[in-house]
Design a protein around this ligand. Sequence first.
Ligand code: UP5
Ligand code: MG
Length: 199
Amino acid sequence: AAPAKPRVVFVLGGPGAGKGTQCAKICDAYPQWQHISAGDCLRAERQDPNSKDGELINSYIKDGKIVPVQITVRLLHKAMQKGQKEGKTDFLIDGFPRNWDNVNGWEEVIGDSAEVMGVLFFEASLAEMEKRLLGRSVTSGRVDDNLESIRKRFATYEKETKPILEKYQKEHKVFKIDAMQSVDFVWAHTQTKLREVET
Ligand code: UP5
Ligand code: MG
């Protein structure tokens, strides 16, 4: 029999909502899941001296703009293929798709070869997210963890990513989690919602 299609859950939410934190907890608790952060993939590619896209990626990230999808989806595809070789079946694609370009690029490159089960949506206020990101900026070393970049990331989120959330909402694919609470509290809800996505 043909191997089962990889199963995908998209993980969305504003900058600093806690996507990465909760994805890490899911993977610790449930080993069939692999966490693939689109932002982490782009940051790794930026570090690769052989990549021709490094400079472009860096300037987009600093400006809080969304990198052209050909670059991002290639990295996601590569990470999924690597995971499948290691026996992973379920993928948390964190921070993607963020705009229509991303949605279309995923459709073209991955399309029917994976089953998108739903979207986990971590919801928090801009004030809370700003507080978290400024807190993290002390140690993160991220070029976009400064007030100017944070404000640009928020603007991109409001303008480009919210319409994508609405699209999935219309398809009844969004599983919303109140991300304003403590990490442990959010984790309890994340587990419940993940079970709902899976059924
Ligand atoms: N924290 C977490 N949960 C907490 C809680 N419940 N209570 C209190 N504190 C909490 O958390 C952020 C901080 O908050 C941490 O210090 C954490 O301890 C604390 P984290 O889990 O890292 O939040 P996350 O939502 O993952 O925040 P992140 O900054 O990663 O979100 P972004 O969406 O901004 O970043 P991402 O890496 O996805 O993208 C960065 C950039 O890459 C984008 O702006 C864009 O330029 C580019 N990009 C693309 O172009 N295309 C893509 O497809 C993806 C990214
Ligand atoms: Mg993250």
